[in-house]
Design a protein. Structure first.
Length: 492
């Protein structure tokens, strides 16, 4: 009966009704926290997965390339990422998070498909740059979107922590697992790394569909965007008082990415020094990623119980101590005591997860929503410069056979990052953030920064402040409506 009824209804009407039903279903799905997490985090998961694939290209590809080109493949993605962060971060403050998140997913999909089909090393580098642009945009967009959708300002850091767990934890684990499974099938090495890129393309496609159907800009962003449109103050002028926290977040992210990407882009070779085959080294990398998942889970929820400033300091201090041990005793343990070497490496990865959460989480919560994307983009782009430096420098040390020097470099970098955290990163709680946001919306950027560095507040003025702000907004709307009504009557 239904088919007969539909057959009598004009085609365009059927399509319209179907689209409306689809939109209603998508809106209902968007309120589901699992769907929200998938739509927001799938982009970062894809990026981390795609980044990890590069880790195995040197060992698996049959391209005849110079050592410079091999090193440049590692750095190409970061060059694109810097551009993507500096472009999509500020752009999202103007056109919204949703539009930019869809655009970055599309770029990641194009880059993954192109990498899988790459006929040469040069073409692969171009595709990695395209992927990097999309990947770069993901960091400021996903982090700001997650933090802005927190119902309580105290939970913004936790939301970003869960995003980091989903992306860095699951994404970096999936890559070596997929590569290992493909190696076990007996496929040629060239087909293995291309197949890994095809799996990444599938993740990117899923993220793109979810974002088109379910992602919306948060109410917090919409309110801040409306205030920004009414203000005549430029972004540069509004950001000037935030120079100190911005320097702190940018420099911390730079130093962290020197460690994070320098190690993880080369750890297949580090473990390969202890393994008889590439398959064994891939499995070792996969196990190291799996064993660090509990630490990532703890780091994701820790912002609800511990100041993110102290989390970051603890993480960098732990990295410095463990890498100092690896540097001093590398010659003695990297072959004779493989279990101890791998254990120490996994412990330093666990400490590394703490600043992994905070370097993304701190700029996602301490800057006003009106230019949060811009500040996150600047911080993340500075971080990717560090990733480029670390990836290229560590690859150079690896190729020259100076593996122990990598750990000495990490030790010094982590110590400098700890000092940066103490000197420049503020302490806050949810009440600080709400008062800071209100001051920033009122145009008092200097007052907003003062509130941010005042430390956690004893009282909880958030509810009263928000009610007052809503009342002011309502009063303004009433006045505008009254003026509009008077004007209409005069015209009549």
């Amino acid at each position: 009966r239904l088919s007969v009824l539909i057959g009598k209804v004009p085609g365009p009407l059927v399509i319209t009704l179907g689209l409306r039903s689809l939109c209603r279903a998508a809106m209902a799905m968007a309120k589901n926290p699992v769907v929200f997490a998938l739509a927001t985090g799938m982009g970062l998961l894809t990026d981390k997965y795609e980044l990890a694939v590069t880790n195995f290209i040197d060992e698996l590809s049959d391209f005849e390339a110079s050592e410079f080109m091999k090193e440049f493949v590692h750095a190409a993605m970061y060059a694109g990422a810097v551009f993507g962060m500096l472009t999509f971060g500020p752009l999202s403050d103007v056109v919204g998070r949703r539009v930019c998140m869809i655009a970055t997913s599309l770029l990641c999909l194009i880059g993954a498909v192109g990498s899988a089909l790459a006929p040469s090393e040069t073409f692969l580098v171009v595709c990695r740059i395209v992927t990097g642009i999309g990947m770069g945009g993901e960091y400021p967009l996903a982090a700001s979107h997650s933090a802005e959708n927190a119902q309580d300002s105290n939970n913004g850091g936790r939301n970003v922590g869960l995003l980091y767990l989903f992306g860095s934890g699951l994404g970096q684990l999936l890559c070596p697992v997929v590569v290992y499974i493909l190696l076990c099938t007996g496929l040629p090495d060239d087909a293995v790394w291309r197949g890994a890129f095809w799996v990444g393309a599938a993740f990117a496609a899923l993220g793109l569909v979810l974002r088109i159907l379910t992602t919306e800009d948060s109410d917090k962003f919409k309110k801040a965007h409306k205030k920004r449109e009414q203000s005549s103050v430029s972004t540069v002028r509004a950001l000037q008082p935030f120079a100190m926290p911005l320097l702190g977040t940018a420099l911390s992210w730079f130093l962290y990415d020197v460690i994070e990407y320098g190690l993880k882009q080369n750890d297949a070779a580090i473990f390969h020094a202890n393994s008889a085959s590439i398959k064994d080294s891939v499995m070792t990398v996969a196990l190291s990623r799996l064993l660090v998942i509990p630490a990532l889970a703890i780091a994701a929820f820790l912002p609800s119980y511990m100041q993110m400033k102290w989390m970051q300091l603890l993480g960098f201090a732990g990295c410095a101590v463990i890498n100092l041990c690896l540097a001093i005793f590398y010659v003695d343990i990297h072959k004779e005591n493989v279990i101890l070497f791998n254990t120490l490496y996994i412990i330093q990865l666990a400490f590394q997860s703490l600043p992994g959460v905070t370097t993304m989480g701190i700029p996602a919560v301490i800057f006003p929503a009106a230019f949060k994307g811009t500040c996150l983009g600047i911080s993340a782009a500075t971080g990717k410069v560090g990733a480029t430096v670390g990836s290229y420098a560590f690859a150079k040390l690896k190729n020259d056979g100076h593996i122990s020097w990598i750990f000495w470099t990490v030790t010094c970098t982590a110590l400098l990052a700890a000092l940066t955290t103490v000197a420049l990163i503020p302490r806050w709680d949810g009440s600080n953030l709400d008062l800071m946001e209100k001051a920033a919306r009122a145009g008092d950027s200097k007052g907003a920064v003062g509130i941010l560095y005042a430390g956690p507040t004893k009282s909880k003025p958030k509810a009263a402040d928000l009610e007052s702000e809503e009342a002011e907004t309502s009063e303004e709307s009433t006045k505008e409506g009254t003026l509009s009504g008077n004007s209409n009557r005069e015209s009549e």
